[in-house]
Design a protein around this ligand. Structure first.
Ligand code: MSP
Length: 639
């Protein structure tokens, strides 16, 4: 009988464009789903988008659209990305889906009725960017410890979730279930830093903005985004909805895959909500690390990102899936570097796997016209290959059980190498010279093809398109279960001509191309950042700019780069110091009209008072030019 398996990813904030780091969690979930399916499980894989909150409300306003219109467009992009990356999810839940919103209201009501949610008043520090309250002790210089944004002090009437009531139960559960939180190191961190020092009740409603699910009967309050978001794991299955068949079938979740920065919500608040609802707790929360670029978390605002679209278009989706799962040990932080990425493609995919498939197919064609059948012949090399298969697959399965994707791929690649070595050990070209060896030669070719079939099937969760291509080249039906590998085929009948599954890349050229693409992304982010620093008109109006006439100009007595000006502003004369000595002769400036910032606080520059600033531009060759306004009246204000 099929067993059920339920996997979730976090639901994503609709930020303008998801990067490779974001794709990491979703790819891992998809790999796990496909692996479990091949094991015979009936899997439900959930992903989605987390669309409410103040940040979205503000962004939408800045863009002049409604929050819903704003998220609709971005969510469409997220779905396109998952399609591109071959993510086979069963539901994409949006927290704006009507069934979700209704169920969340019911969840809130239920907790209120049970006394697990009560009304009170909150005063404290709040991070708008993370949509979370921050305790004074965890704030760093008045800034959010997670994202570094400046914290706001807020005071509002709010509903609270009685976390304190469930602490003992939670700690007992964590201690009794070794696999509840993985990797284990995260568990101790949470227990010691957050739970044991005393968990405060959590503020679970907001009145300071509107874009959220309203509390029924108290519509000034919207439900805190994390309660809304976490509940998706059960509302997606129909919990408290019209049809809860999926909930009955798949809950509790087998694994919630989350990034390490959101583990606190999943390990503390989510179980507390479930306990308060009287539901079974999820079986496991696995916190993976971050994908880094040069030691820094890949993040759009830092501009150190690479987008999956570019890599997929140039190197194929499977290279991304393989690289992320192979290069980054799941649970730890890992790096994306163009160099290791191209090396992995060339070494693991083109050389090791690609060559194995290509050599085997061409030898099968050369020696047997493409068709080989199984024989009862064996020798020490065949036995050795079988032993390697048994050993590596056992290790692979054990590693997959622990979500050690990278180690599982190491096991699989040891089998790839062994199969390549098997060719050298058996030397089919030597066997082909003597007709008495035909049977053994055919057995060797059969074993090679069998090993390739095994490899391609175990590689399938990681690289579905590549596995499909191998199946096509060795001309077998798509394998849908690991079990079928145990039944031997009568024959293999490979295609006559095939192209390499991964052509070798010119490493330096490709690395340069990716670097250039990353630089382009970086420049784009910088330009965006500069744009985001735009100021309101009211702020601009605070600056007074006037046309001034240069009455006198001489070099600064104490600094040879500075000039000392007396400027006539119509009703007064000001002294202004400016760094123009390298660009102008004082005499050529007398009588010229220039643009002056007139209401700057005076400062002393090298002992001389400066009561304003002259506006300049810088030229492409690094020089500085004054802005002349000779045709404008002295003292006129610039508007
Ligand atoms: N909306 C919340 C999750 C709510 S779940 C009930 C959220 N969204 S997110 O869009 O910011 O992040 C989604 C996932 O992407 C998280 O698991 C996060 O850890 C992951 N990543 C974002 N940047 C990442 C890297 N640079 N590297 C690896 N994962 C990263 O959090």
């Amino acid at each position: 009988m099929k067993k059920n398996y339920y996997i979730t990813t976090p639901i994503y904030y609709p930020s303008a464009k998801l990067h490779l780091g974001h794709a990491y969690t979703t790819i891992a979930g998809d790999v796990l789903k496909r692996y479990k399916q091949l094991q015979g499980y009936d899997v439900f894989y959930l992903t989605g988008s987390d669309e409410h909150g103040e940040k979205i409300e503000t962004k939408a306003k800045e863009n002049g659209v409604t929050p819903k219109a704003y998220v609709d467009e971005i969510v469409a992009g997220i779905k396109d990305l998952w399609e591109l990356l071959d993510i086979d999810y069963d539901r994409f839940i949006r927290t704006t889906d009507v069934d979700h919103e209704q169920a969340v209201q019911k969840i809130f009501d239920r907790l209120k009725e049970n006394g697990d949610i009560y009304k009170g008043e909150y005063e404290g520090l709040y991070c708008v960017s993370c949509e979370t309250y921050v305790t004074p002790s965890s704030a760093v210089d008045g800034k959010c410890p997670d994202c570094g944004a400046t914290l706001e002090t807020v005071k509002e009437e709010t509903y609270f979730l009685k976390c304190s009531k469930y602490v003992d139960q939670l700690v007992a559960h964590m201690e009794a279930n070794a696999d509840f939180i993985l990797p284990e190191s995260r568990k101790n961190e949470l227990l010691n830093n957050f739970i044991k020092p005393g968990l405060q009740d959590l503020a679970v409603s907001r009145t300071s903005f509107k874009w959220g699910i309203p509390v029924k009967g108290d519509e000034d309050h919207v439900i805190y985004v994390w309660i809304d978001a976490l509940s998706n794991y059960i509302t997606a299955l129909g919990y408290l909805g019209e049809d809860d068949e999926l909930f009955a079938k798949y809950w509790p979740a087998d694994v919630h895959l989350v990034g390490k920065e959101i583990i606190r919500f999943h390990v503390i608040y989510w179980p507390i909500i479930l306990m308060a609802l009287g539901l079974e707790l999820s079986k496991q929360i696995f916190a993976h690390g971050w994908l880094l670029m040069d030691q820094d978390k890949m993040s759009k605002s830092k501009g150190n990102v690479i987008y999956p679209e570019y890599l997929a278009e140039n190197y194929g989706v499977d290279t991304i899936r393989y690289y992320l799962m192979r290069e980054v040990s799941f649970g730890d932080d890992g790096q994306f570097t163009p160099d290791t990425y191209i090396t992995r493609i060339n070494t693991d995919l083109a050389n090791d796997l690609g060559n194995l498939v290509n050599r085997t197919i061409s030898m099968t064609n050369k020696y047997f016209g493409g068709t080989v059948k199984s024989h009862n012949v064996t020798n020490e090399h065949i036995t050795w290959l079988h032993d390697v298969q048994t050993k590596e697959l056992a290790s692979l399965n054990a590693n997959m059980d622990k979500l050690y994707f990278s180690k599982a791929l190491e096991d699989l690649w040891r089998l790839v190498s062994a199969t390549n070595k098997f060719i050298d050990l058996t030397s089919p070209w030597a066997l082909a010279k003597d007709e008495s060896n035909t049977e053994l030669l055919e057995a060797v070719m059969y074993e090679l093809l069998k090993s390739i079939e095994i490899i391609s099937t175990y590689a399938k969760p990681f690289m579905p398109a590549t596995a499909a291509k191998i199946e096509e080249q060795i001309n077998i039906e798509a394998v849908t279960s690991f079990e079928t590998l145990e039944v031997s085929r009568e024959t293999y009948n490979v295609l006559e001509t095939v192209s390499p599954i991964y052509p070798r890349l010119e490493k330096e050229v490709e690395v340069e191309k990716i670097r250039a693409e990353m630089q382009r992304g970086m420049d784009e982010a910088k330009a965006k950042l500069a744009k985001e620093e735009e100021i309101e008109f009211d702020e601009f109006k605070k600056v007074t700019m006037k046309v001034g006439k240069i009455v006198s100009c001489e070099t600064h007595p104490n600094a040879n780069k500075l000039l000392k000006f007396q400027i006539d502003l119509g009703n007064e004369t000001r002294q202004i110091i400016s760094g123009l000595a390298n660009y102008y002769e004082p005499s050529e400036l007398i009588g010229r009209h220039v643009q002056v910032v007139a209401n700057l606080k005076p400062v002393k520059l090298r002992g001389e008072l400066s009561e304003g600033m002259l506006l300049t531009t810088d030229t492409a060759d690094g020089k500085i030019k004054l802005i002349f306004l000779d045709e404008h009246e002295v003292g006129a204000e610039l508007l």
